[in-house]
Ligand binder design. Structure first.
Ligand SMILES: NC(=O)c1ccc[n+]([C@@H]2O[C@H](COP(=O)([O-])OP(=O)(O)OC[C@H]3O[C@@H](n4cnc5c(N)ncnc54)[C@H](O)[C@@H]3O)[C@@H](O)[C@H]2O)c1
Length: 359
């Protein structure tokens, strides 16, 4: 069956929108590339980038030239573009301060799918409201936490479901000490949810917040996280550790799965004798490096909109992820005490401000 291409309009033509930095391009494993929204859309059959919006005129025109968007379809104002073009999919790659307003404009224009960068929005209540509206109206959604769409992370999920390591006990994410809550850790909590399930209950953690940044329910900073633990209803423990390496470790009753180096490789460690105490039988599991995470996210939107695939991710995971991030801060402000997710107020606002910019 042939389909008309679905139309995509891009908002924000910076690094994630259009121009992946050279430093990133040369350092990440192949499963990350294409990374920017425009490059990923270009690489997906059945999608066509028809318009873009960018407040910076130079970037707007550079992106238009690079991705073949004609000058009359290059806008300075995102809401104006969305209302005029009424695309099937909005790709939103601004920073988080204008994300909620841009999602509102996309929904008002009747989009059927949205791919939006992380973090979703500074105020938890805005994230809750917009994600439940999308879920209710059947608008497909994918988030910039794109590891969940990459082959190695998906294969790890299959191995886990197949019982390769028995019953899951712990999910540990090794992104290194001092990572910024909103800039980096949306990725970590999304991995905890992707493997640990959708029933996180409580969190404890420690963060460093600059003096004077806390006022009522607003934190005008991007806190640096020392560690965090997340307890799931079924007893699974999630850990955001101080260890480096960009690995994810799934520990079960009968072995360990490790996704290594940001998705470059996958390893399965099990006892050589059944029931043995040592995980001394270590195998490398072959994993593909394509499609990239962003590419697979857009493929998921395409298939959901065409009705040939499921919703690419649960809408609720975005809300739960932000609730976990909020609970890490609430816990830390309370001396590291175990904090139920339900205790995080919807008014909690974390601006993600760091070195003059926001996450
Ligand atoms: N998924 C990932 O792995 C990943 C990696 C890096 C950054 N990010 C996230 O992606 C987002 C963008 O990061 P970046 O590094 O590309 O930032 P950036 O500053 O390079 O790009 C943002 C662009 O949005 C434009 N913009 C701002 N307001 C706008 C508006 N109202 N309408 C149209 N354009 C507007 C800016 O002019 C800028 O060009 C951030 O939220 C960041 O946290 C995600």
């Amino acid at each position: 069956m042939t389909h008309e291409p679905l139309t995509v309009a891009l908002v924000g033509c910076g690094r994630m929108g259009a121009f992946t930095s050279e430093g990133t391009r040369t350092s990440v494993p192949p499963c990350w590339l294409p990374l920017s929204h425009a490059e990923a859309v270009e690489a997906v059959d059945g999608l066509s980038l028809v318009a873009l919006a960018e407040v910076d005129a130079t970037r707007r025109n550079d992106a238009g030239e690079r991705f073949g968007v004609p000058s009359q379809a290059r806008y300075a104002d995102a809401a104006e573009m969305l209302a005029a073009v009424r695309p099937d999919i909005a790709a939103i790659a601004t920073r988080s301060d204008v994300r909620a307003a841009t999602v509102e404009a996309a929904l008002a224009a009747g989009v059927r799918g949205i791919h939006a960068e992380k973090p979703f929005a500074p105020r938890l209540g805005d994230t809750e409201r917009l994600l439940s509206r999308m879920e209710r109206d059947g608008v497909a959604f994918t988030f910039g936490t794109v590891r969940r769409f990459m082959p190695a992370y998906r294969r790890a999920r299959e191995l886990l479901a197949d019982g390769a390591i028995g019953t899951l006990r712990e999910v540990a994410v090794d992104f290194g000490a001092g990572q910024l809550l909103l800039w980096t850790l949306p990725h970590a909590v999304d991995l905890l949810l992707g493997y640990g399930g959708s029933s996180p209950e409580s969190v404890c953690g420690r963060v460093d917040i600059p003096d004077g940044a806390v006022s009522g329910e607003t934190i005008d900073a991007d806190p640096a996280v020392r560690f965090a633990r997340v307890r799931f209803a079924d007893g699974v423990e999630g850990a955001i550790t101080a260890a480096g390496g960009m690995d994810v470790r799934l520990s079960g009753t009968a072995g360990t799965i490790r996704v290594l180096s940001d998705g470059a490789a996958l390893e399965l460690a099990r006892p050589s004798a059944p029931g043995g105490a040592y995980l001394d039988r270590v195998e490398r599991v072959p994993v593909a490096q394509a499609p990239s995470g962003t590419q697979a996210a857009f493929m998921g939107l395409r298939d959901a909109i065409r009705g040939t695939g499921p919703m690419p991710m649960p809408h609720g995971d975005v809300v739960l992820g932000q609730r976990i991030l909020g609970a890490i801060v609430v816990s830390s402000l309370d001396g590291g005490r175990e904090t139920p997710l339900a205790a995080v107020p919807s008014g909690l606002t974390i601006t993600g401000r760091y070195r003059g910019n926001v996450a």
